[in-house]
Design a binder for this molecule. Sequence first.
Ligand code: F6P
Length: 553
Amino acid sequence: MFQLTRSVTWQALERLHQKTRDDRIRDYFSADPQRFEKMSLRVGGLFLDYSKHQVSDQVLAKLLELADHSALVQRRAQMFSGDIINVTEDRPVLHTALRNLSDEPVYVDGEDVMPEIQRTREQIKRFSEEVRSGEWKGYSGKRIKDVVNIGIGGSDLGPNMACRALLKYRHPELSFHFVSNVDGTHIQKVLSRLDPATTLFIVSTKTFSTQETLLNAKSARRWFLDNAGEDADVGAHFIAASTNRRAAMDFGIREENVFEFWAWVGGRYSMWSSIGLPIALSIGFEGFMELLEGAHEMDRHFIEAPFAENMPVLMALIGIWYINFVGAETQAVVPYDQALHQLPSFLQQLDMESNGKSVDIFGHPVNYKTGPIVWGQTGSNGQHAFFQLLHQGTRYVPIDFIASLKPEPDFEDHHFALLTNMLAQANAFMEGSQGDTRGHSQLDPYSCPGNRPSSTLLLDELTPKNLGALIALYEHKVFVQGVIWNINSFDQWGVQLGKRIAGEISERIDTNASDFDASTQGLLQLVRRHFPDHATPAKGKTKGKRGKQETSP
Ligand code: F6P
């Protein structure tokens, strides 16, 4: 059986790490004046500089060999053509079909899925135009002013991040709100500012079975009925994006207002589907199509560019270098753009839910590290919060800096400061300060060791198209890493386990729940006192056995 860590290339990379571990990144630049030109590339409106990495030419060549020797070419083709690559859920993985703007068909079980994707796009177009023009009326005949997306995880983070990133393109008469947390204060706070007669709720849930979303949706409906319309009016104020049409209709949503998507769209990859409806409502259908276009362009690049010039492949390989050979545990993402403030959270789910796996696609435990801990927040705020640790702490954290070049009118000086701060940080991380930099033991407290790596991703401008390309870039980066690690990036059984046990615990609130561990029982005892109304006879005994769950996003 093939073992990744025993492969000749893997072992050569381990030796190369020993050989280059004390290399200084800045020395690579002195040795090669062409390094920046060689280690940077442009795809559409995105420019990536990956020269500030502790990656020598030899290391890069070996990493590319790792990709060459992996199943990447085959698995990439399988993904795009609708083969079942999500093996544990027995599904294809076709978010790329959602942004397929070519005339090429995409087959699932022998059937071209493009016509139904087109139909849903048409439905999104019609609906978003009706709401934006004011043609769509609430129960009392007033136009919609506030849109509340109720969803969690992939049914929240993508549209939430994109609506905020593209705020400057928003329809001036519409405001957008995102409710995800089951903590009632979240929805309460949002609802307290709204008028039910002019509010539209989008219940975004692939499965229509997620506890948090259903509770929030029910509370929203109760609020609507208590403060405004009757049952028959719910249809004018609630729509759904879901694969579970029946459940959405049972909730009171009109059949024609259930925006379909499909089991082969993973939750965290779903912003290109009807889960992206808030984006279309906010920036208009044309803008939504531009987002898809940017992603489609990145898809084409990912398919067509040789690995050595392939942006997602290069980012993935550099990540693998740090995770598997240098020993980095985390990856920081620092957008120097306030509009991208939700991007780290979005990428956290994308990466950590996808590649947080420890068995390979055959179910065998892996003996190497997989997905990194992804974290971050906007610069320049981060500079005054966690950058100190990155400069002088004992951790080794590669950073992705992200910014858009084009300044906002009237705020050029702010944007200039923003960009120069980012460049200064990337430089400081690499160069360190002028003190003694021969080793930590000899450092004085004032000097920074430097040699800390970063990539810089520049968008010409934060447009829908460039945002689409940026997100697709990260999706493919995560995919490439998953392929090289030979894991399934498209299931999430750990999340499913938590969802199932939450259901079991709430069902057991009034029993002695003795099949739970003593700690859970003790804590449940404390919780129970505060919920006398939940002490109803136990609904069926479900034991806390680990296993698969029927539905999965
Ligand atoms: O967060 C875990 C998850 O399983 C995600 O993959 C998914 O996006 C989310 O739950 C919500 O699921 P649903 O869209 O079915 O409500």
